[in-house]
Design a protein. Sequence first.
Length: 133
Amino acid sequence: CIAAVAAAVTTRQPSSEGLSEVVSTLLRWLNEDEESALVFFVTSVGASLEVESIRQDARMRLLRVLADLVTRLRPGAGAGAGAAQAAVCAAGLVSWLEMVARSWVERDDIYRGLGRHDFERAAAALADRMVAI
């Protein structure tokens, strides 16, 4: 999952599409490998120190990739305070994407209330707002 999201992020150029491709890539992986997604995002949470270490490594890789994307999407956010702001935005995005993934995999009340298409659109729109694209 992290590799697929990272590939989608690193190969794309900043555009008016915002983060919709990142969200779509995550949701596509969740559909393609639902069993692994359920384990990673739901059932393995807090299972052991080893599992949490793997989850933390994945978060940190995703954080770096998303910070780079935010920097590219927000011209002038490169050095100094801009880089710090990009890192903060990326941290928020990582948390948001984890919540989106859990909601999607569990088909929770929010997912069921919105339906698949509107859920995906709302998730991408909020991700865009988080980085003020």
